[in-house]
Write a protein that binds this ligand. Structure first.
Ligand code: UTP
Length: 274
């Protein structure tokens, strides 16, 4: 059973400055809901009830969002607006929210390692990067799809998608043997390769299921691309010593860490809403 989901959210979100100067990127709304709430809902739908966030300085709005606001509750009690809080109230009631800080921005691998104190090292856990907003109008959410796959293979899994060849330098990229339709046994992984040096155009997006051995591997992983501890490097070690799968998920993903992707997601959700 995967019951814990980690949300690394310590990044500075520099591509959204000045909006992210005093407000976390994860609180940017798509219509009326902040990005991180979409992520938490996806994790909840996949069976998680412990939501563990890695925060940093200036991220207190996230903590407040997943807590009761007594003044507000009092103000809107018995009005038609009460309905607007239904989803977030349900999450607060049914999930436990825990937090720890990453004091220095040492990379996604390091942020995940910080999560060890929250998710423990006994069970597999999920990871969602909330700025990658995923939807699947035709069925299971992306994390639910991955949990199902985990139940079959019991190993670490990364969500992947094909990207144009001139975009691969923005992603971690995998290569491997396709063992089932859209499921790859990974034998190579590179973080942000030059476009002409990438092994494939299969890019990792912000959804992972990790087995707890990853913590020991991250601990041994030296800083890689940009001097940061890269989860991609740790996962390559895990793939070489055992098995890591790449899963071509069903659905759509919006890169809401970029202005373009954010606007695209807003338009998509607005059209759905209409
Ligand atoms: P990004 O590099 O996309 O996010 O990291 P960023 O640094 O916040 O954004 P820009 O590039 O400055 O605009 C991917 C995810 O990993 C988390 C970020 O919060 C984001 O969700 N992260 C990254 C950490 O939590 N800690 C790190 O040291 C690095």
């Amino acid at each position: 059973m995967i019951t814990k989901c980690l949300f690394p959210a310590a990044g500075y979100g520099t591509r959204f400055l000045p909006a992210t100067k005093a407000m976390p990127k994860e609180m940017l709304p798509i219509l009326t809901k902040p990005l991180i709430q979409y992520g938490v809902e996806e994790a909840y739908d996949a069976g998680c009830c412990i939501m563990a966030t890695i925060t940093g300085r200036g991220k207190r709005a996230i903590t407040d969002h997943f807590d009761k606001s007594y003044e507000l509750e009092h103000q809107i009690q018995d009005t038609s607006k009460e309905n607007l809080l239904k989803e977030i109230r349900d999450l607060i009631k049914n999930c436990t929210f825990t937090y720890t800080r990453q004091n220095e921005m040492k990379g996604l691998g390091d942020a995940i390692y910080k999560g060890k104190s929250l998710v423990g090292d006994q069970e597999p856990f999920a990871v969602i990067l909330a700025d990658d907003l995923c939807v699947n109008p035709d069925g299971d959410g992306v994390l639910t799809q991955m949990v199902k796959l985990y139940n079959k293979y019991k190993c670490s899994i990364v969500a992947i998608m094909e990207v144009p060849k001139d975009q691969v330098h923005k992603y971690g990229v995998i290569a491997g043997k396709e063992i089932e339709d859209g499921i790859f046994m990974i034998n190579d992984m590179v973080e942000k390769p030059d476009n002409d040096k990438a092994p494939t155009n299969l890019a990792i997006i912000g959804r992972y299921i990790l087995t707890p051995e990853i913590f020991e591997i991250i601990k041994q992983t030296k800083p890689g691309k940009n001097g940061e501890i890269q989860i991609t490097d740790a996962l390559l070690t895990q793939a070489k010593n055992g098995m890591v799968l790449g899963y071509k998920f069903k659905g759509k993903r919006f890169d809401c860490g970029s202005v373009e992707g954010y606007v695209e997601a807003t338009n998509y959700f607005y059209n759905m809403h209409k």
